[in-house]
Design a protein around this ligand. Sequence first.
Ligand code: HEM
Length: 396
Amino acid sequence: MGGPHVSPALRAMMDDYVHARVHEPVRFDEKANRWEVLRYADGVRVISDFEVFSNDLSAFIPDHEELRNFSKGNFQAMDEPRHKELRGLVTQGFTPKFVQSLVPRVEQVAAELLDATLERGQERVDMVSELAAPLPVIVIAEVMGLPVADRHLFRKWADALLVDNGVDALFSEEGVAAMAPSIREMNQYLLSHVDSYRRSSKDGLIRDLLDAELNGRKLDDFEILGFLALLLIAGHLTTSTVLTNALLCLDENPGLAKELRADRTLLPPMIEEVMRYRSPLVWINRCALTDVEVGGRRIPKGALVGTSLISTMRDEAEFAQPDVFDIHRKQARHLAFGKGIHFCLGAPLARQEARIALTALFERFEDFRVAEDEELVYHDPNDMNGTKKLPMDLVR
Ligand code: HEM
């Protein structure tokens, strides 16, 4: 058995939360200028009570032209009624039924990636670059009608926005300046695709957005850009991290792989438990719209409020033995996809991708283990909960 695969920084963070959930479950972090919400019940309230906690964080984000352009259609950062109107334009593209129709193609992509690995005959591979990173990025590119050959760019932009500069980079002048070149490149790229769709008769998501009407008017290019950027960025680094996190959990739990091989219906609950135990996203942020009391503390109007996904999903008041990885949990109401009106649009797709990737691995390899003689390199636990690479030994 390998592991436990936890970075010292994440270990320290989780140890601190065990104490804080009892003594100071809502607290102000001066450095991040943010209120931290650590208990599950409080987190549910903050994430889902959209009348009191806003998704519009623009008050904390320095004004920058490229960000403004990209924000216009980014409905994750909007409140009602605008959020609902814009989200409604793409919900059809992500229903479980539609996602079901993508399954054969996702299976094919996973098979092609792993067959290429097999052909090379290496016994040790980096599972991030072999499977976890390319699978979701190829799928989202195809769903969006963007050239798969450009996928290295999509990955680069997601890294720049989510991990290279830290997730909190968005809240500082220096951080935004560091991200700006990538955002500019992404904006120009996506706008040029919107333009080429406009001048062609090609079908697909971009065409649907060009044809869509909202309150009697068409979307402008920047609104479409924001939509596309959101889908492109939200969907792949997170999904690839769930996949590698699933492999870490398998490695830590001897006997689990055998159980899953014998009964594939256990894969979906296993993936849900991976998301509880190792949620890729670490914080869900909101802005308080009024003075509000949470967990006995008064949070002032206008404050930044972060719900910790690491802490809330290890809350012993909600999950019995929270530090045990247990795929047979009854109450697996994790928050890794959020909750309420902003619940992750891509959840059905991410779940299918994780299930298909694990199935493809089980079908091709008798065993796969995290390499014992290589140090794992982890993301900063405030940015993303996972490893940057995942060296694994494969047994055919
Ligand atoms: C929203 C996580 C995959 C698209 C969210 C939220 C979370 C989340 C926590 C809620 C944000 C909030 O409440 O403010 C994840 C995780 C994923 C994943 C952990 C992988 C396992 C995807 C995929 C897509 C996607 C594959 C698209 C193809 C979105 C969109 C929203 C969203 C568009 C905004 C929804 C709204 O504001 O109404 N995601 N996501 N996500 N996600 Fe995901």
